[in-house]
Design a protein around this ligand. Sequence first.
Ligand SMILES: Nc1ncnc2c1ncn2[C@@H]1O[C@H](COP(=O)(O)OP(=O)(O)O)[C@@H](O)[C@H]1O
Ligand SMILES: [Mg+2]
Length: 365
Amino acid sequence: MNVISHSADGFRNLKNTHIEAHPSMNIIFGENAQGKTNIIESIWLFTGCYSFRTHKNNELVCENSDEARAKLRFFASEREQTAEMKIGKTKDIILNGVACESPRAMMGKFRAVVFSPSTLSVIKGSPGERRKLVDVALSLIKPNYAVIMSRYLRTLNQRNALIKKINEKQYDLNILDTWDDALASLGASIIRYRLEYIEDLGKKSSEIYSGISSSKESFAVRYSFGKTTEIDGNTDIKQILINELHSTRESDLKKLYTSAGPHSDDLIVTLNGRDARIYGSQGQQRSCALSLKLGEASVMGGLTGEEPVVLLDDVMSELDEGRQKFILNYLDSWQVFITCCDPSTLMRSENGKVFEVTGGTVSER
Ligand SMILES: Nc1ncnc2c1ncn2[C@@H]1O[C@H](COP(=O)(O)OP(=O)(O)O)[C@@H](O)[C@H]1O
Ligand SMILES: [Mg+2]
């Protein structure tokens, strides 16, 4: 998968930008607050996922405009394709001349992996951030996952609304039986998808971790699912979920929300068996986050048969030369868009194009 060209206008501070992309390395440099991240963000939005910075459309539109526009020509599924995006009160995308029902229809059509400074905090952040890491990747790899996820969340909201009504004595507790069954079925599918993906992700990311940190520490990642620790192919996940939903009913009624299920699971990253969230140094946590992201790109390529586009925002600044070198070499298999303030460190890679961003405009160097 490759970006052929990208243009944007009225997207945050971007003014009529145009990039004819290089098939491998695209370096986007400029001083602070010029629009580098805005370019990465507007490319990312064509994946059909939310921005990694905001869920609000109005923040994406230039303060002085009513709408933002962006256009992406890309090569995917063995053909050249064009997607046009218009953001106003809503986000509308036209793919190859046909209007998409919603931006989510783009999921799986254009695939990318993004690494931004906020990704660095994924290890020490909340379980929600780690679940998002997995959910976004899975939605792009298997768009059906996003469909099941949204059904699950809808059912979860309905159960939560019922809990409030039961609490107000409008219904009896037993009314939850049918909801628990539906929620457990959907939840079990989500957990199966996640387990399979995390197994692949763990293998790739641990290889990458050793490369980045040239360390002898062993990196591992596992899915932490409710109170259950051991899961294998024979585990009846649905039944476990039903049991958990039952045993937490009374406390749910006090908290007024559903506590058990994949919406509260977590991803545990360990170094030598110790939780990196608690025991990892800042440097180790960074290397873990980076390994997980590059692992994601690698797994995505393997499972879909098409390498994703890799978007790296401000990733190099905090890494020593050895780590930078490893990453630049590792990036060889993908088309990369990488931002930085000082392009000299990246100039080592000769095979690519360099773009300078100044005040929302882009010029090729
Ligand atoms: N909705 C918006 N309208 C106009 N300008 C915006 C909007 N959102 C962000 N900006 C501006 O975009 C610039 C930041 O762009 P960004 O891509 O994050 O910079 P950087 O080059 O440091 O990555 C800032 O000057 C900010 O004020
Ligand atoms: Mg930036």
